[in-house]
Design a protein around this ligand. Structure first.
Ligand SMILES: Cc1ncc(COP(=O)(O)O)c(C=O)c1O
Ligand SMILES: N[C@@H](CCCC[NH3+])C(=O)O
Length: 433
């Protein structure tokens, strides 16, 4: 298993943030989401330092869908990043954490009336409007409240990125945004420009997630710049902000060629600057929205092994006390991960096993056909790179209690989310009779 951030091996054990896996599980129980705070901070600072230009303002917006808790909002705030939210729930969390509302960007392809009202009541910085109908909705809410709001229009530049089809967002049939190839696009932009309560600041695009190949990002950027020029010339677009979204691929398992985001951001800025000259346009601000690349490698899930089984066909399973309820990604995207027996990490990895969770689904598999140290009941299994889209996509299936989340740093662990209790499971249930 590749080690990230503060991970180290001492006394035959995996340590994260200066604490052994055994101590973490003894103190906080299992399964346990462990977040390496120093690595999250480092990633944020890297993005901030690398995504800078003398030519235009830049803004790094953390895509909170990847992982959001109140404590995470505090970390994002400490590092001066902005925040992208896509629902009333994310927005409420961010507001309740005391995060500055002017740095919040609201997304979503189907914002409800209630969510649009929240955006205006909370005074958020910007709404990314998904489509022409949403503009009408937003105008109505603004009119009723006597308020104005800055917006970007999400457009689809039609760039196919090589990633799982479920997480591509810029194919011609994607549900997100208005296509730049729509025959009415000029009129749509004019409608935005003419809108009384809405200030169109520019455009947003996001081509997908977990993308390794850098070419589609550059292609999207180029297409967007040409589109901006066209809209300036043909639709009278004035000030311009360009938000290029997120999607930078990270390492999960052997063979993944992660985007070096420091180098990539610098190249992106250089390319943008030279294209602005080439196309004779100016941008006021360029924004990126990394989610996964900030938190994925900083997360490790610790499980307790309940036992093993060899099937009639000879397949060996290791059973753990979590599964698809805390990590849906293998079942949803056939995602692959790396794992180790964290309390005997130096032992040889000679046992070919599949790690299964405890849900009533044959597809509830966390690691498929991997070599591990020989696992026994009571061992701790660590799976790395679970910081993004694990906790945030956790489910209620089989009423398995959701794990606690702890942040670790310099030998200290802080609980960021308490483990769900049995009482929590029925807290909102009402008897019908
Ligand atoms: C609009 C938007 N911005 C940013 C992101 C973050 O993407 P990632 O976590 O891959 O960086 C997403 C998710 O794919 C998204 O839909
Ligand atoms: N949830 C997805 C990615 C979607 C990103 C948000 N648009 C994942 O786990 O990889």
């Amino acid at each position: 298993m590749r080690l990230f951030g503060s991970m180290e091996i001492k006394d035959n054990q995996l340590y994260i943030g200066g604490i052994s896996s055994k101590e973490l599980v003894e103190k906080h129980g299992s399964p346990l989401y462990v977040m390496d705070e120093a690595l999250i901070s480092k990633n944020m600072e890297t993005f901030k330092a690398a995504f800078k230009s003398d030519r235009f303002q830049t803004e790094v917006v953390y895509a909170s869908k990847a992982f959001l808790t109140t404590g995470m909002c505090q970390i994002v705030d400490r590092h001066g990043l902005s925040m992208d939210v896509v629902s009333g729930g994310e927005l409420f969390t961010v507001k309740s954490a005391g995060f500055p509302m002017e740095k919040v960007h609201m997304h979503g392809n189907n914002k409800t009336w209630e969510e649009l009202e929240m955006c205006l009541d909370y005074g958020i910085g910007e709404i990314i409007v998904d489509n022409r109908d949403e503009l009408d909705k937003l105008e109505r809410v603004c009119r009723e409240k006597g308020k104005k709001i800055n917006v970007l229009l999400r457009v689809n530049p039609g760039i196919e990125a090589h990633t799982h089809e479920y997480i591509q967002t810029s194919t011609y049939s994607s549900k997100f945004g208005e296509s730049i190839f729509d025959e009415n696009i000029k009129d749509i932009i004019k409608k935005f420009i003419a809108a009384e309560h809405v200030e169109l600041k520019g455009f947003h695009c996001h081509i997908g997630s977990q993308i390794f190949d850098e070419k589609p990002f550059f292609a999207a950027m180029d297409t967007m710049l040409k589109f901006i020029k066209q809209m300036k010339d043909e639709a009278g677009l004035d000030t311009t902000v360009l938000n290029l979204g997120g999607g930078f691929g990270v390492y999960y398992f052997d063979g993944d060629d992660a985007v070096d985001f420091e180098k990539f951001c610098k190249e992106m800025i250089k390319d943008l600057e030279s294209k602005l000259d080439e196309y004779e346009i100016d941008l006021d601000k360029v924004i990126i929205e990394p989610g996964r690349s900030i938190v994925a490698n900083a997360g490790t899930t610790l499980y307790t092994v309940g036992g093993t089984k060899v099937t009639y066909s000879g397949k060996k399973y290791v059973f753990v006390d979590g599964g698809m309820t805390d990590n849906i990604r293998p079942a949803l995207y056939q995602a692959e991960y790396e794992g180790v027996i964290a309390n005997r990490i130096n032992e040889k990895t000679e046992d070919l096993v599949t790690v299964a969770g405890k849900c009533c689904e044959s597809g509830d598999l966390l690691l498929r056909d991997v070599y591990l140290q020989e696992a026994k009941e009571g061992d701790i299994l660590a799976i790395s790179t679970t910081g993004a889209y694990n906790y945030s996509m956790a489910s209620n299936y089989n009423r398995i209690r959701k794990p606690a989340v702890v942040f670790v740093k310099d030998g200290e662990s802080k609980v960021a989310v308490k483990r769900e209790s049995y009482e929590d499971l029925i807290r909102n249930d009402l008897k019908l009779y």
